[in-house]
Design a protein around this ligand. Structure first.
Ligand SMILES: NC(=O)C1=CN([C@@H]2O[C@H](COP(=O)(O)OP(=O)(O)OC[C@H]3O[C@@H](n4cnc5c(N)ncnc54)[C@H](O)[C@@H]3O)[C@@H](O)[C@H]2O)C=CC1
Ligand SMILES: O=C(O)C(=O)COP(=O)(O)O
Length: 598
């Protein structure tokens, strides 16, 4: 699918950090890639409104303020694992997809951990510096071996497990603490899962952290925890600054309780002059690197290609494979859903535009059944359809404060707006018409009383109950969309462009009357179709099931005979002047008229 119309400017991608060209080259053929290293926070805030995608590593702080200012932004791609520099919650609210590269740099981070452990245990950085300084000080740099020692790992995820396997190869015993780790996976790597942090701390000769920085891991190793470690033990952090309290670590090194620390990551990067982290860096028993865990040629190629491919997918309207804040959907399922996503969005928009203009309209009904029948019913993951419905319902009545409603934030938006959708799958072929798939949107009435109107209020043209039906059905054939039912009328029209929908008495001359009013107003008619009252007002078995639950207000079958109205749907060139719909309903026999744009 092309990323943009050749007439339009290509979507813009901002890359404020060093990213491997291997991924960027994939973007350049269809996107406008802007590499702007060294931007200040203020500069980023100033230019971000111009971009559709933002590619970062760990240095760029993608704050709520940046995201709110980013009016066009569809995706933040983190070329790496940790997304703690991105306000994912705010991105979710705004419908901005956040993707990462969950496995591109695992090997690099694990190897760096082992490199730091060996450097620390054999005092390689100090020995190297001394020798370069012209000295030959062999006796000062006697180290310890790791073989036969116990390595304690906090966080047995992708990096932790790789470190464990490498450490096993070095002859270490590996203990690990991870409440979410699989005992089978740990067992297969010969890792002993321990039950508590004190157990891990008190047994380890080397302790290494491989958790994300989240609420439960922030400051997880403080003064009390360091005190539980063996005297002379060594600690490593190649995960995130903030998991170990830097002040407490400095004290433990100063006191000699810990023999060494190897640190790649800091609470603030780069650490401020005079900060605790700066003192830690300067400490003679600390081996430090400036967040280099992922800095290998191979890892950078991997993460760059991984996220750039995802940026392309997202800007093409597909779902990414590693979204941090969107549900996982298999590509083949997504492919099947695509035309229905368009259909359901149009049905939602048609619902709001059509019913909000009816007498007593407005979006007073906020509880919907979305019913999938036929082949579409076999797809279980219908999150894109749910999102499309919310988007369609909201689009005509809300600017949504610039929020792009999509699969990322649809549930949140629906909750905030008090919209409830019950999705129902009916796989029974008897439940739907001749269409291979049918999607039906039913708005439940505001209360049971209004849906159970007594027979005495029926008019000559049908029951109040039947008239109050708010049902839209539709189907897809290839890429073509078709509305097959609107309220109690059996329709057959494409939900595209501007449509004038008139409900009228099904009597001769109506078409001429409508045509002449439109002609006088200079409105050009493209096509016209008439929708009679549906001979099948409900959904057969499904209809009955729903009615028993009191969910819907579908009409009873014996009400059909008295209904003599029809729906006239006219495709219009351009818009319909507001007075035209008013003029139409003043005409005898035209009951309602509304213009919708789909
Ligand atoms: N220094 C560097 O350049 C790099 C750092 N990293 C960092 O390494 C960390 C881990 O990365 P991955 O292994 O890929 O992530 P992962 O998600 O595969 O593994 C994290 C593990 O931590 C565990 N965990 C979470 N909370 C825990 C707790 N309270 N106690 C014990 N375990 C807990 C989880 O169950 C999971 O198994 C991330 O923070 C990432 O940002 C990753 C790559 C490079
Ligand atoms: O992937 C991660 O979590 C990392 O910490 C790597 O960070 P970087 O991309 O090297 O700034």
């Amino acid at each position: 699918m092309p990323l943009c119309n050749p007439e339009e400017a290509a979507p813009k991608v901002l890359v404020p950090e060093k990213l491997s060209p291997d991924g960027l080259v994939l973007l350049r053929s269809s996107l406008d890639v802007d590499e702007r290293k060294g931007l200040t926070a203020d500069q980023l805030l100033e230019i971000i409104p111009n971009y559709d995608a933002l590619l970062v590593r760990s240095e760029t702080k993608v704050t709520a303020t940046v995201l709110r200012a980013a009016r066009r932004l569809k995706v933040v791609a983190r070329a790496g694992v940790g997304v703690d520099n991105v306000d994912v919650e705010e991105a979710t609210k705004l419908g901005i997809v956040v993707v990462n590269s969950p496995s591109g740099n695992i090997g690099a981070a694990a190897e760096h951990t082992i490199a730091l452990m060996m450097s620390m245990s054999r005092k390689i950085p100090e020995a190297c510096a001394s020798l370069k300084d012209g000295k030959w000080e062999r006796s000062q740099f006697v180290g310890v071996e790791v073989k036969g020692k116990i390595l304690g790992i906090i966080g047995l995820g992708k990096v932790g497990l790789t470190v464990a396997r490498l450490a096993k190869g070095l002859g270490m015993t590996v203990n690990a603490l991870d409440p979410y780790a699989s005992p089978a996976v740990a067992g297969s790597a010969s890792v002993n899962l321990v039950a508590s942090l004190p157990e891990l701390l008190s047994s380890a000769d080397f302790l290494t952290i491989h958790t994300p920085l989240i609420a439960s891991t922030r400051g997880m190793i403080g003064q009390a925890e360091l005190a539980q470690m063996k005297p002379g033990a060594r600690i490593l952090n190649v995960a995130r600054g903030g998991t170990i309290d830097e002040e407490a670590l400095l004290t433990a090194l100063d006191s000699g309780h810990l023999a060494g620390a190897a640190v790649d990551v800091f609470t603030s990067e780069p650490p401020a002059i005079g900060s605790t982290a700066a003192s830690l860096i300067a400490h003679p028993r600390a081996v430090v690197t400036p967040h280099l865990g992922a800095s290998t040629v191979e890892a950078q190629e991997n993460v760059s290609v991984d996220v750039c491919e995802q940026v392309l997918e997202i800007l093409q309207g597909s779902l990414p494979r590693s979204a941090v804040n969107a549900p996982l959907i298999l590509p083949e399922e997504y492919q099947k859903l695509q035309p229905f996503v368009r259909l359901v969005e149009k049905m939602g928009s048609l619902y709001t535009q059509h019913y909000a203009t009816l007498p007593g309209g407005s979006m007073t009904r906020n509880t919907f059944d979305l019913i999938y029948q036929g082949e579409i019913a076999s797809i279980n993951n219908t999150k894109p359809l749910f999102a499309a419905l919310i988007k369609g319902l909201m689009a005509p009545i809300s600017s949504s404060e610039g929020i792009n409603i999509n699969i990322v934030n649809a549930e949140l938006v629906a909750r905030e707006r008090g919209i409830f959708v019950s999705e129902q799958h009916s796989r029974d072929p008897a439940d739907h018409s001749s269409y291979s798939s049918l999607v039906t949107l039913v708005a439940r009435p505001p209360s049971r009383t209004s849906s159970r109107a007594p027979a005495s209020v029926e008019t000559a043209t049908g029951s109040k109950q039947a008239k109050s039906q708010r049902i839209i059905s539709g189907t897809c054939s290839g890429d073509s969309l078709l509305i097959t039912r609107l309220g109690r009328f059996e329709a057959s029209f494409e939900p595209e462009g501007t449509l004038l929908i008139c409900e009228n008495y099904d009597s001769p001359g109506k078409i001429g009357v409508v045509g002449s009013i439109l002609g006088q107003a200079g409105v050009n008619i493209n096509f016209m179709t008439v929708a009679p009252v549906s001979p099948k007002l409900g959904f057969g078995d499904l209809d009955m099931k729903l009615s028993k639950d009191g969910h819907t207000d579908l009409a009873a079958k014996d009400e059909r005979s008295s209904l003599q109205e029809a729906l006239m749907i006219l495709g219009i060139d351009g818009g319909v002047p507001p007075h035209v719909t008013g003029d139409l309903v003043k005409e005898g026999g035209v009951l309602t008229a509304c213009a919708v744009t789909l």
